[in-house]
Design a protein around this ligand. Sequence first.
Ligand SMILES: Cc1ncc(COP(=O)(O)O)c(C=O)c1O
Length: 422
Amino acid sequence: MTTLPQSLLPMTSSVGSNGNLCIGGVDTLALAETYGTPLFVYDEAHIRARCREAVRAFGPGVAYASKAFLCKTMARLVADEGMHIDVASGGEMHVALAAGVPASRLVLHGNNKSRRELRVAMEQGVHRIVVDSFDELDRIESLVAEGLHAPAVLLRITPGVEAHTHEFIQTGQDDSKFGFGVRAGHAQEAIARAQQSASINLVGLHAHVGSQVFDVSSFEKVIEVLAPIFNPLGLEELCIGGGLGVAYVEGERSDGLVEWGESIRRACAAHEVTARITAEPGRSIIASAAVTLYTIGTIKEIPGVRTYVSVDGGMSDNPRPVLYGSGYETFLPRAVSEPREAVVRLVGKHCESGDLLVREGRLPADYAVGDLVATPVTGAYGYALGSNYNKVPRPAVVFVSDGVATEVVRRETWDDLLRLDL
Ligand SMILES: Cc1ncc(COP(=O)(O)O)c(C=O)c1O
């Protein structure tokens, strides 16, 4: 099949009478005209639907992993849907607080939280701090000694489970910078220490095995490993982290959040875990809510080799293909339902041969310079992982809903690129 699988498009996608892709009732070509390219277009109804599924699957304590994509509007939206927010740095915490999300909805993560980050989290009264190391326990104890309240803590346990995903986004294996290892005996040691410490209010355990994990047996395995450690403690919460995979390209299929929740619940029941089960999905909330729009700037055909189609963005707005070899689909928003007979390599405008967005993209044969080209499923770890490499300004982000587009992050200007220079 050469047409774009419509399942990869945001939920409210439709084709206008002119053949153009509309999202949230807004014509994507009109969006590009108004806001320029590259442009991230997020379908608000799609994000809300995923948040509701997460809440249905795990209850209102489920957290959105904001590392996947965060801006003030996003923080408000997920809080509005009843979710908590996982923030993995002082910066993410700052954005969520600036958006007006109460600290009591925030869960602080990170394998090297600074004293400053911990102090702010404790002063503000975050819901949970997920403690990752013995040094962090020391830092919390010294902050409590200075007069701050003992925070509610989950200990991040490294269960020794290798999730089936790219090695850079595996986190549950023994050889990991994250958490307290079970096999090394660190988990048991940290639990004993936290239980004895008057400065730590230990409320539960946490594990996160990796990201873009399709095989739910990895999560079931975590519960099998953790249950014998967790159950005798009588703690109130077990957090299973995030990591549910999403389909990026034709032929991939992933479980939904509700199915994921059900499989985790079954595993908990099988291992007699009766505590509250929470989770912190990021990608599965936001990835397929967005498409990125680019403009084709140059086409270079090398006979017998391939055709390079260069766009006005690249590894600075989506480094996933370079980092992980991730695949994406390509399509022309003006011909979204048309067969895509041409095979092209979609590349960016950066000074790296490795700056590729789509290794084997497909487009209708009449694609041309000036056309709008799009990649779907770019809502997670695209804008968030982006950079200013080559001093390329960051794209704008728009949310669309019910026929209205709202610019939620403006495009960077060349002058913005000078704002830190002294
Ligand atoms: C601790 C933790 N929780 C949750 C997530 C979110 O994972 P995902 O976006 O794959 O759901 C991550 C991602 O790296 C993580 O490190």
